[in-house]
Design a protein around this ligand. Structure first.
Ligand code: GLC
Length: 722
C-alpha cells in the first residue's frame, strides 16, 4: 500500500501528462450493459471503443465475472494512451452472491457488529469478480412505508442509521479510514443518496422533497456524518431537489453540506443519469447547461450518461467551467484508484479461480443465517410459538415454498440456493403439508379450499404471506401497503377453521397487519430474509433460535396515519390517547398510536428491567453521565434483550422530539441470569441543529430505558445539563 504522500506525488505526475479530454474521460461512468446509456452492450464495440479512447473512468458492472472484468480492464490498460485502469462498481447492497436480509431487516437486528461482518463477506465475494466499489450503504431515513426504497435503508431513526452506516463502511472498506482498501478483499463504500431522498412527498419515488434546515441536519444528515467519519471513499448525491435544486447540481448540497460541513474529501459520483435529469427538473435548458451546473457544483463522476464527455471540453475552453475544477475532480478519482491498488495492479480484483469456491461458502451462509435470525421481528405471540415438536403443520400461502426471499435489490446468480420456509421446516423434522393456495395476487385453482382442508387435518397453520420482490425497492411505491387481497381471503378462510394460526410475513416494508394482530395467534415479520431464509425462519419457529429483532420502523394501523414515526414532535396540543378532548392533535376516526412501534419485538424469553439509575443528576457541558440498569431473564428460555435508551430535551430553542434513540445494547441472558448494563450519555448525544448552527443548550433532559419505544414500557429518569 502506498502512503498518502506517495499517492499525491504520483497523482500530480500523472495529471500533468493528461489532456483535457483524458481528464474528463475519468469523470464518466458507463452503465455497463445498459444499452440506453453510453457504451451500449459490453459485447458490442461502443463501450470497448470508448474505453480504448480513454473516455471511460469507471463502469457499473452488471455481467459480474472476473474474466469479463479482466477483458475490459485489459483494454483500458493496454489500448488507452495512458493505460489508466477502470473502477468496477455495483449495487452490492446486502450481499453479492450470498444474500443477507435486506438492510431494513438487518437494521432490526440492532447488531452493528454482525452487519459489519455481513458487509465484509459481501466485499470478499464481490472482489472475486472484479468489483471494487459498492454503491452502499444506503442511508436514507424513511418515515413513509409507501416509499419502496424503505427496504434499502435502516428505517426511521438517525442514531440507529448512524450505527449501521459506520458498521457497513468498516465492513466494506476493512476498518477505519478505509485501511483495508487495496488489499484486494475489501472495496470502496459509497454513501447514498445524499440527501433527503427518503422524504419524497407522498412516498412516491423521485418526488419533490421539502425539508427544513433543522430537520435536514437533525434527521437526514447524521448517518452521512457517521459514514464520512468512518472513512467512506465515495458519496452519491440523491435524485431529489434540496431547496429547489437537485443534489447533483447543487453547490449547497455538494460544497456547503458535504464538503464543508461533513468534511468529505472523497469522490462524488452521480446517481443514474442524474446529470441528464437536471433538464427534466427544469434546472437546465439543455445538456450543455446541465453539464455546466453539475461540474460547477462539484460533481466528480457522471453515471450512465455522457454529457461530460460531450460538453465539458467546450465549457472549459470557454471558461464556463474552470479547468482547476476538472483537475480537482480527477485528483480525487485518481487518488481513489491508487488507494484501491489498481494503479499498481489493475487486475488485483480479478480472481477467476476463486469465484465459485468463495460464493456461498459455508462460513458466509452461517453469517447470513444468524443475521436473518436476528433480523426477523416477532410482533405478536399468544404462546402459539415456538411450534411444538412433532406438530403437524399446514403450511399455506404463496411464500410457503417460495425462493423469492432475496429482496428487490440484489444481483445474485444463485437464487436457486435460497432455502424456502417449507424446506427449512422439513429439515427440522416437522410433518409439513404445504399448499401455496395463491400466487402473490391470484388464487390457484381450488387453492383456498385445499388449504382449508389441510388446516382441518393439522395441529397448526403456518400462513406464509406477503410481498414479492417487485413490490418494494426502487420505483416500487404502493398506495395501499396491505397484504394482497387474495392472500387475505386465504387468511380468513384458514383462520375460520379454528386451529392456531402463525403468520409469517415476507415484505420489503411495513405492511398493514391489523387483521393479523386480531386474528392470528402469532405474527413473525420475516422481511426478505435472504439466501438462508428457510433455515433462519424455521430456527425461529421451532424455538432453536429465540427472536430478538426490534422494529427499526413503525408499523401503522392505517394508511391515514402515514407518515407515522416514533421520534415526532409533541405539538402544542398533544393528545394522551385516551381523553375525549376535541381540540387536540388527533383524528375523528382512529387512534394516533401505531400497531407496532419503533423498537418493538417479542422474545420467547421474558426480560425484566430494574434499578435504572444515573451516575449523576447533573452533567457538565464537557462531562458525561452513565445510565445503568439491571436486566434479568425471568424465563426458562435463554435469549437476547435489546435495551434501548431514549432521550428527550424538554425545552429548547426549537422544538425537540418526544424521544430519540441515543443508545442500545444487546444483552445475552441465560434463564434467571441478570446483568448490569451501562450506557454512556455524552454531550454529542444532546446537541441539535437549530437550522443555523449546532448547539448544546443547558436544561432538563429525560432519559427513558426499555425494550421498546412505547411510552408505557419505559423507565424514566432525569438530569440537567449545566
Ligand atoms: C439507481 C439507484 C442507485 C444505484 C444506481 C446504480 O438508480 O438510485 O441507488 O446505486 O442507480 O445502479
Amino acid at each position: 500500500m502506498r502512503t498518502p504522500e506517495e499517492i499525491k506525488t504520483r497523482v500530480e505526475e500523472l495529471l500533468s501528462r493528461m489532456t483535457l479530454e483524458e481528464k474528463i474521460g475519468q469523470m464518466v461512468q458507463s452503465a455497463g450493459t445498459d444499452t440506453t446509456a453510453i457504451g451500449g452492450d459490453v459485447k458490442t464495440s461502443p463501450l470497448e471503443g470508448l474505453i480504448a479512447e480513454g473516455k471511460i473512468g469507471s463502469i457499473i458492472y452488471m455481467p459480474d465475472s472476473a474474466a469479463m472484468a479482466r477483458h475490459l480492464q485489459r483494454i483500458a490498460v493496454e489500448k488507452s494512451r495512458l493505460g489508466i485502469p477502470l473502477i468496477f462498481c455495483q449495487d452490492v447492497i446486502h450481499g453479492f452472491q450470498t444474500i443477507f436480509p435486506i438492510p431494513l431487516a438487518w437494521s432490526c437486528s440492532f447488531d452493528p457488529d454482525l452487519v459489519q461482518r455481513a458487509t465484509e463477506v459481501s466485499a470478499k465475494e464481490a472482489t472475486r469478480a472484479g468489483i471494487m466499489l459498492a454503491f452502499a450503504p444506503m442511508l436514507d431515513i424513511a418515515r413513509d412505508p409507501r416509499w419502496g426504497r424503505i427496504s434499502e435503508g435502516a428505517g426511521e431513526d438517525p442514531y440507529l442509521d448512524s450505527r449501521m452506516a459506520r458498521a457497513e463502511v468498516l465492513g466494506y472498506q476493512g476498518g477505519e479510514g478505509g485501511q483495508g482498501l487495496g488489499d484486494g478483499e475489501h472495496m470502496a463504500a459509497c454513501l447514498k443518496h445524499f440527501v433527503g431522498y427518503g422524504a419524497a412527498e407522498a412516498g412516491r419515488d423521485y418526488n419533490t422533497v421539502e425539508i427544513s434546515p433543522s430537520t435536514l441536519h437533525n434527521v437526514y444528515l447524521p448517518a452521512f456524518q457517521a459514514g464520512v467519519d468512518a472513512g467512506a471513499a465515495s458519496v452519491m448525491p440523491s435524485f431529489n431537489l434540496v431547496d429547489g435544486v437537485s443534489s447533483a447540481a447543487s453547490p449547497y448540497v455538494l460544497q456547503e453540506l458535504l464538503r464543508k460541513e461533513l468534511g468529505f474529501e472523497g469522490v462524488i459520483v452521480s446517481d443514474y443519469a442524474a446529470v441528464f435529469e437536471v433538464i427534466a427538473h427544469g434546472l437546465a435548458a439543455d445538456e450543455r447547461e446541465a453539464a455546466e451546473r453539475c461540474a460547477n457544483a462539484g460533481l466528480d463522476i457522471e453515471m450512465a450518461t455522457d454529457l461530460f464527455n460531450r460538453e465539458l471540453p467546450k465549457l472549459v475552453m470557454e471558461g464556463k467551467v474552470p479547468e482547476s475544477l476538472i483537475d480537482d475532480a480527477v485528483r480525487r478519482i485518481l487518488t481513489l484508484k491508487f488507494r484501491l491498488g489498481i494503479m499498481d495492479d489493475p487486475y488485483l480484483y480479478m480472481h477467476e479461480g476463486e469465484e465459485e469456491k468463495t460464493y456461498l461458502a459455508p462460513e458466509h451462509l452461517a453469517v447470513a443465517r444468524r443475521l436473518a435470525q436476528e433480523s426477523a421481528v416477532l410482533l405478536k405471540n399468544d404462546g402459539a410459538l415456538p411450534l411444538r415438536k412433532g406438530a403437524k403443520i399446514a403450511l399455506v400461502g404463496p411464500c410457503a415454498d417460495s425462493r423469492d426471499q432475496l429482496g428487490p435489490w440484489q444481483f445474485s446468480k444463485r437464487a436457486e440456493r435460497t432455502v424456502t420456509l417449507k424446506e427449512g421446516l422439513e429439515e427440522k423434522g416437522f410433518a409439513v403439508l404445504c399448499e401455496p393456495a395463491t400466487t402473490i395476487h391470484e388464487e390457484l385453482v381450488g387453492g383456498i379450499n385445499r388449504a382449508v382442508k389441510l388446516a382441518q387435518d393439522c395441529d397448526v397453520v403456518v400462513l406464509a404471506v406477503g410481498e414479492d420482490m417487485t413490490m418494494s425497492g426502487e420505483a416500487s411505491c404502493r398506495q395501499e401497503i396491505c397484504v394482497p387481497a387474495i392472500q387475505m381471503e386465504l387468511a380468513r378462510a384458514v383462520a375460520a377453521v379454528g386451529k392456531p394460526v402463525v403468520a409469517v410475513v415476507t415484505c420489503g416494508r411495513p405492511l398493514l397487519l391489523d387483521w393479523f394482530d386480531k386474528n392470528a395467534n402469532a405474527v413473525l415479520c420475516a422481511w426478505f430474509a435472504g439466501t438462508e431464509a428457510g433455515h433462519a425462519l424455521s430456527d425461529l419457529l421451532s424455538g432453536e433460535a429465540n427472536p430478538s429483532g426490534k422494529l427499526s420502523v413503525t408499523f401503522p394501523r392505517s394508511m391515514g396515519q402515514i407518515p407515522l414515526y416514533y421520534n415526532h414532535m409533541n405539538t402544542g396540543r398533544p393528545w394522551n390517547g385516551v381523553s375525549d378532548e376535541k381540540f387536540v392533535s388527533r383524528y375523528l376516526d382512529g387512534p394516533n398510536t401505531p400497531l407496532y412501534p419503533f423498537g418493538h419485538g417479542l422474545s420467547y424469553s421474558a426480560f425484566r428491567l430494574t434499578e435504572a439509575a444515573l451516575s449523576s443528576g447533573e452533567m457538565a457541558r464537557d462531562g458525561a453521565l452513565t445510565v445503568s440498569a439491571k436486566v434479568k431473564n425471568v424465563s426458562d428460555v435463554p435469549g437476547t434483550a435489546v435495551l434501548q435508551m431514549y432521550l428527550r430535551d424538554v425545552a429548547a430553542r426549537i422544538a425537540r422530539p418526544v424521544k430519540e434513540l441515543k443508545g442500545f445494547a444487546r444483552v445475552d441472558l441465560a434463564p434467571g441470569e441478570e446483568k448490569t448494563v451501562e450506557l454512556p450519555i455524552t454531550p454529542d448525544l444532546l446537541r441539535f441543529h437549530d437550522g443555523r448552527e449546532w448547539v448544546l443548550e443547558p436544561g432538563r433532559f429525560v432519559v427513558m430505558l426499555g425494550f421498546s419505544s412505547a411510552d408505557d414500557q419505559l423507565e424514566k429518569l432525569e438530569f440537567s445539563l449545566a
